[in-house]
Structures are given as C-alpha cells and as structure tokens.
Design a protein. Structure first.
Length: 271
C-alpha cells in the first residue's frame, strides 16, 4: 500500500520522541554522540546498498556495461553545478533560520499577552512566569525546527518515498524510520516536545513524494529508477559522512542530481 512507509516513519518519530521525553536528562551527551555515530554507520550501509544499483542488469542492458558509472558521475557533476549555482544548501539553511526566528518572535507575543501588568511582587511574578514561558516556547521551536530539518533533508526522504510510490517496497523508509526513531529519542531528550511535532511535516513532505512516485510509476523504466537509486546512494554517503563528523558534504547542493540521472539514462539509451 503506497504511503505505508511514511506512516511507519511518522509512528517511529512519535514513539522515539515519547521515549526521549521520558528519559529527559538521563541521556548523557556521550550517549547521544554514540547514537549519532551509529546512525552514521547505518546510513553508510544503506548508501552502499543503494549505490550498488549501478550494477543493475536493467541499467546495463539499457546503456551498456561501461556507461552506468559515467551516468552517476555525470548526474553528480551536472546536479552539483546546478545546485551550487542555485545555492540550495544556503537557501535551506536560511529557510530553517527564518522559520526558527519567525516562530520564536511570534510566540513571546502570545505569551506576553496572557500576563497582565501588576504592581509590586505580582508584576515580578508575572515577569518571571513570562520568561519561563518564553524559554519553553523557544525550546519547543528549536526542537521542532531542528528535528524537522534533519528528518526531511536528505535523499532518503525523497528516494524512499518515491520508491514506496513506485511500488518497490518500503525498505528504504523502514530503515529511515529506524534512523529517525533513534534520532528522535536523543533530540527529544535534549530539546523537548517540539521533536514530536516534526512528525507533521514529515507526513506532508514524504506523502507528496509518494504521490509523485505513484504518478511516475507508469513512466519511468527500471533502468531509470536504478540510475536514480545509485545516484541517491552516493548522496546518502555524504549524509553519513556528516553524521560521522568526517566531512561536511553539501548534500542539498547535490540533490538536483536525482533529476539528472533519469534524463542522462534516457539520453544515453537513445544512442
């Protein structure tokens, strides 16, 4: 059933956030770092599995035995140039910052409106209460924005959802659900209930790409899907390097490669 993978993903985020809220401050920073490194290693494994599609018999039959690797290379080069010129990485960071600032500015107004001015000790109490409310709101926003960006940014959200829509199974989203579930435990323990709220954007974002996969299902041949998956595998390797704190690969700038891969495959197959 198309969409099942995204529903599992959303459930994993909610469950992980609930566990993280229960753990509270009991989860030390060292443990969070270990979990993040574990996520990076699993993502690296998933990247290798996806990149192995470059050896797909369907892709080789369509473009020849020597072209698949060149198609992936060309997709990354063309997509990377396009993404860097469009400054996708910077725009994504700007979007997250703008969302964080906008929600943070809006929330204190509501919190402040609830506290009527009062003389003496009552005024001081109201001020203290408002400050505490503002701090809780900022913590909620920080958790919501940070976790939403982590769960949505990355080829797996796109590739997994499209693969689900294409009818190729939910394996990628099942693995993403495990990654997001563990990540939400650490995030919620550190940043609170806002992490649980990030399940909403995940549902809408991945649901949209699942619908896109359903629509494309009758148009993209298996060879094109294999090229897209192999290219996405290398982008996942970039995500893994970031999680492992080995390097800061501008993965968002490379995302257009996912669009270029099927186009290059069709072009090479036509000759």
């Amino acid at each position: 059933m198309p969409g099942l993978g995204t529903l599992i993903n959303v459930a994993a985020i909610v469950a992980g956030a609930a566990i993280g809220l229960g753990l509270g401050q009991w989860l030390p920073q060292r443990t969070r770092d270990v979990v993040t490194s574990g996520l990076g290693l699993v993502t690296l494994l998933l990247a290798a599995m996806s990149a192995a599609e470059v050896l797909s018999p369907d892709l080789e039959a369509a473009v020849g035995s020597s072209a698949p690797a060149l198609i992936v290379l060309g997709s990354l080069l063309i997509g990377g140039i396009a993404g860097s010129l469009l400054r996708l990485e910077d725009r994504l960071a700007d979007l997250g910052g703008a969302l964080r600032r906008g929600l943070t500015r809006a929330a204190p107004v509501r919190a402040g409106a609830a506290a009527a001015p009062a003389p003496g000790a009552a005024a001081a109490e109201n001020t203290a209460g408002t400050g505490a409310a503002d701090a809780r709101t900022e913590r909620f926003v920080e958790g919501f924005v940070t976790s939403s960006l982590v769960f949505l940014v990355g080829p797996l959200a796109v590739l997994g959802a499209i693969s689900d829509g294409l009818g190729n199974g939910i394996d990628q989203l099942a693995l993403k659900s495990a990654l997001d579930g563990f990540a939400s435990i650490a995030f919620a323990a550190a940043m609170g209930a806002g992490v649980m709220a990030s399940a909403g954007p995940v549902l809408l974002y991945q649901g949209a790409f699942t619908v896109l996969g359903v629509v494309l299902g009758g148009y993209l041949p298996d060879a094109h899907i294999a090229a897209l998956t192999a290219t996405g595998g290398l982008l996942l390797a970039g995500v893994a390097l970031r999680l492992l704190r080995i390097g800061s690969v501008p993965v968002a700038d490379l995302l257009p490669a996912l669009l270029v891969a099927p186009i290059l495959t069709a072009a090479v197959a036509a000759f």
